[in-house]
Design a protein around this ligand. Structure first.
Ligand code: MG
Length: 498
């Protein structure tokens, strides 16, 4: 057997161990509340993790990589496989086991402190563990040494190929434009009223309706399911088993509806990967940014479009007649598209969202570079927030303590969220160019043309192409944020009567 085929087979077992870990994680999030059971679960998870690490760093892998590198007849998939396997192997073998264990243990303790700090809105409870967590991430990045600057090394873990400079060059010109755009919208005398979304909506009915929506969006129930959890997420438990979760908030309709469409977008990506890649290292989304482009596209470009609501509104009225029977569709469309500075990133509208990310991106960079200290974060967060969004968080829970990412050691992750919006706009623009009738189809409840386009151009490839190559292959150019800026102008000026 050739070295590449041997590698492929060897990694199939690693992928299966990953799926087992995902199954344990899914069950934990969806079904488990008991603290004592969680203890047992966390031991199971770390055992699987150890097995994966051991297999990944074995001498056999190193030898097979060396042999495979000498093969001259690799096809496109095999080359991509070798690229990804080499990457995983290089990363895994650079860290001593003690550091791996210390990072894992710290993230559990830090997350615990973060939860307590957030619930009491007291940063000092979290400060010490965050300091430790930041130092460990710096140490880890130094050992990886993928890029000359350590923040880029961390970014690269989530968005392979991306660097700090590249992202800064994308974000910096957008920043003042977004700030101006938000001001302009908010100066309008014709602002949407979103109080309708904050009436009481039966959570069970919301869930039922969200299930109807994902069916219509071609979420395949033959190999997927939808459940409830505290934090919505998407997880694949096998190549043909992708699950999403939803949360409902009785007095905020957006949470369940758009959260569900968002996760459905992630799931459609995973469900569309071609069979040839099943159980291989290439059987997942190519980067966090491209993954997020898929979820955001369905959530915002489709789910928050007027045509989508022309089709769905009668159903919503049937589900919630007490609130919506006599409420005009046009006003609801405006309500779900209200743009206003708010404190919490996950609830932000599609315009201000980018500013929430730019804030985190700039703070992370300074933190990693040592330009600022952890203890300065809360105040810097607030003053930066005021500069970008014109409001100051009333407390740390709604400011620096709102996200779990830093406690988990996920530094360099945030920028991929905004990259997702930008990739999404560029890809959606291409889809519309090739299929101008898409919006007309949404009015009739037809969503398969867009899905077919995405499957053909994005989903089927899994991890074969890096994000930068994929966007060029699909749209003919590098990432270009102008598509996003044009999209928000075309959409929001009319909503705000400008
Ligand atoms: Mg997402």
């Amino acid at each position: 057997m050739s070295a590449i085929k041997e590698l492929r087979e060897y990694f199939e077992e690693i992928m299966r161990l990953n799926y087992i870990q995902a199954a344990l994680g899914w069950d934990q999030e969806v079904n488990m509340q008991n603290y004592k059971s969680l203890e047992g679960r966390s031991k199971q998870v770390s055992l699987i993790e150890k097995l994966i690490h051991k297999r990944l760093t074995s001498e056999k892998v190193g030898n097979l990589i060396k042999k495979a590198e000498k093969l001259s007849n690799l096809n496109e998939i095999e080359s991509a496989m070798l690229r990804e396997i080499t990457r995983e192997y290089n990363l895994a073998t650079k860290l001593p086991e003690e550091l791996v264990v210390e990072i894992a243990e710290t993230s559990i303790l830090a997350a615990k402190d973060w939860r307590e700090a957030r619930s009491k809105s007291d940063f000092s409870i979290f400060q010490e563990m965050l300091e430790k967590s930041v130092e460990l991430q710096k140490e880890r990045a130094r050992l990886y040494g993928t890029h000359p600057d350590i923040y880029s090394t961390l970014i690269d873990l989530y968005e392979p190929g991306a660097t700090y400079d590249w992202i800064a060059n994308v974000f910096n010109p957008i920043k003042p434009k977004l700030i101006d755009f938000v001001k302009k919208l908010n100066a309008s005398s014709d602002k949407p009223d979103d109080s309708i979304l904050k009436k009481s909506y039966d959570p069970d009915k919301q869930f039922e309706l969200s299930f109807e929506i994902i069916k219509k969006l071609n979420f395949n129930l033959g190999y997927g399911r939808q459940d409830r959890s505290t934090h919505p997420f998407t997880s694949s438990l096998a190549s043909l088993d992708t699950r999403i979760t939803t949360r409902t908030t009785e007095d905020y309709l957006n949470e369940c509806i758009f959260g569900t469409i968002h996760e459905c977008g992630h799931a459609l990506y995973e469900m569309g990967i071609r069979e040839e890649l099943y159980d291989t290292i290439l059987c997942e989304g190519t980067s966090m940014g491209i993954h997020e482009s898929q979820s955001r596209m369905w959530e915002n470009f489709v789910g928050r479009s007027k045509e989508f609501w022309i089709y769905w509104y009668p159903t919503f009225q049937k589900y919630f007649p007490e609130n919506l029977k006599d409420y005009p569709m046009e006003d609801l469309y405006k309500a779900i598209n209200i743009v206003q500075p708010s404190y919490i990133r996950v609830n932000a509208d599609e315009v201000t969202y980018g500013l929430h990310i730019i804030l985190r991106f700039e703070l992370e960079r300074d933190l990693i570079d040592g330009k600022i200290q952890v203890k300065e974060l809360p105040e810097l967060w607030n003053s930066k927030f005021e500069d970008l969004l014109g409001i100051t968080p009333p407390n740390y829970a709604q400011g620096v303590l709102q996200d779990i990412h830093w406690s988990m050691g996920a530094i360099g992750y945030f920028p991929t969220y905004f990259l997702g919006n930008l990739y999404g706009a560029q890809i959606y623009n291409d889809a519309l160019k090739k299929h101008p009738s898409l919006p007309e189809e949404y009015k009739k409840g037809e969503f398969s043309t867009l899905l077919d386009y995405l499957r053909e151009n994005i989903h089927q490839y899994g991890k074969i192409y890096r994000a930068s190559d994929l966007i060029k292959k699909v749209t003919g150019e590098d990432l270009n944020p102008d598509y996003f800026l044009k999209y928000i102008e075309n959409k929001f000026y009319p909503i705000y009567g400008i």
